[in-house]
Design a protein. Structure first.
Length: 92
């Protein structure tokens, strides 16, 4: 894993957290999952993947070694979830 890949992953996880909170209109990330699932913005598989990424991001921030989940494809899948599912328009 390169430092650039780690920074991209961390930034992407931060973006997913922000978009979850925005879509659910709630600042508690854990409380966001049931809301976005009930609105069918993400699937159960998406939720499991996002949670695994958040756990990996937290571990990396603690200085733990990454596992094989951290790849360019992982980051691309997170971006796809944000772009196609969580990027909801403002209701203004």
């Amino acid at each position: 894993m390169t430092p650039t890949l780690a920074r991209q992953f961390h930034g992407t996880c931060a973006l997913v957290r922000v978009q979850l909170m925005r879509a659910a209109e709630n600042s508690d990330v854990e409380a966001c999952f049931p809301v976005v699932r009930s609105r069918e913005l993400i699937t159960e598989d998406d939720e499991c993947f996002i949670r695994a990424c958040f756990a990996l991001d937290d571990a990396l921030q603690r200085g733990d070694e990454p596992n094989n989940l951290l790849t360019k494809e992982t980051i691309a899948r997170l971006h796809m979830i944000v772009a196609s599912r969580l990027n909801v328009a403002d209701s203004a």
